[in-house]
Design a protein around this ligand. Structure first.
Ligand code: BGC
Length: 336
């Protein structure tokens, strides 16, 4: 009798486990049973960031749309790391101890793999986004979705090279520029800074950097730094490179305040293709930008979460969504 009971119990356990697996395999499918709830923890490095605001709205919308289909319900909790490593570590550890089913993590700090390691150790399916950890080996339940930042820098350089004077507005044979960087520990900032200039020098353009400072991806800091540089170097500045559009918006304010005119006596480029910047590119008040596809990246990240939840193997551990060069010729396409 005791033996029969334990056999029955074992059969029941197997059935229950099989049931769980099945539900995860068809996350969006309808069914007669009450829909399953899947908890997803999303840790964003900082809410106060133009690009990551669009990104997180897209993540929320992706799961809202799935929920509206009436199948598996995704309970999404998005937290603000406030650009603080300790704060984010606590938030991610809380997700882990609460036993969320999956996570999406936009690291504050990529120079140390400590938090990523804690995520790996938890065994919770997790997609890292936007900030790439250099030379990192993703485990079976993690992967990365982002974009190849070298390309965004290359496109910035190409936008300047494609001007009829290749950026040399005063015709003295040297393109004098200033560089407003994002967070310098971030690979997007490093690559954009390097590859924008590399495109020019690879094409035989002489360049001189007059000023390089970090504006930490922030509009107000961008404005302040460009105002300082314009004050110090005045008309010598021919090109303002900004690692993102947020800082380029600040740069545009400083350029206007200094009485300079983009396209006439100075050039200005950014990255992200924020709607405001695409409008400026169209109007000629910004030379160009580069689409950093927040929607495409958010979709890829959410799809990866669903795959990992379904127990599928992700072979493309580092998934790069392409950048697109934005100039007056195509800016309209990105004004939505
Ligand atoms: C974007 C920036 C953003 C940063 C955050 C970059 O890819 O271009 O606008 O501030 O990511 O990590």
């Amino acid at each position: 009798m005791k033996k029969l009971l334990s056999v029955l119990l074992a059969v029941l356990m197997v059935l229950a486990l099989a049931g769980c697996g099945q539900k995860e395999e068809t996350p969006a499918g309808g069914g007669e049973a009450a829909p399953e709830t899947v908890k997803i923890g999303v840790a964003i490095y900082q809410f106060d960031d133009n690009f990551m605001t669009l990104y997180r709205q897209n993540i929320q919308k992706y799961f809202d749309d799935l929920n509206a289909q009436g199948g598996t319900q995704y309970e999404v909790t998005i937290v603000d790391g406030k650009n603080d490593v300790a704060e984010q570590t606590e938030q991610v550890n809380t997700f882990i101890s609460q036993g969320v089913d999956a996570m999406i993590v936009n690291l504050v700090q990529t120079s140390s793999p400590a938090l990523a390691q804690a995520v790996e150790d938890s065994g919770i399916p997790t997609v890292f986004i936007n900030r790439e950890i250099a030379d990192y080996n993703y485990g079976p339940k993690t992967c990365y979705v982002g974009a190849d930042a070298r390309d965004s820098g290359t496109y910035q350089g190409q936008i300047i090279f494609d001007q009829e004077n290749h950026g040399d507005l005063n015709g003295d044979g040297v393109v004098k520029y200033i560089m407003i960087m994002g967070d310098p520990e971030n690979s997007d900032a490093q690559n954009r800074t390097e590859y924008s200039i590399k495109y020019l020098t690879d094409n035989g353009v002489n360049v001189e950097c007059l000023y390089q400072e970090t504006g930490m991806w922030d509009q107000a800091k961008g404005q302040e730094l460009v105002a300082t540089a314009l004050n110090a170097y005045g008309d010598d500045i021919e090109v303002v490179f900004c690692n993102n559009d947020g800082m380029a918006l600040g740069a545009a304010q400083a350029i206007n305040a200094a009485g300079r005119t983009v396209g006439k006596d100075i050039y200005l480029v950014g990255v992200d293709a924020l709607v405001e910047c695409c409008e400026m590119v169209k109007a000629g008040t910004m030379t160009g930008t580069v689409l950093n596809d927040d929607q495409g990246q958010a979709t890829a990240a959410c799809e990866s979460v669903l795959k990992l939840l379904a127990g599928e193997e992700i072979t493309n551990k580092v998934n790069y969504v392409p950048y697109v060069m934005v100039t007056p010729a195509n800016a309209d396409q990105y004004i939505k």
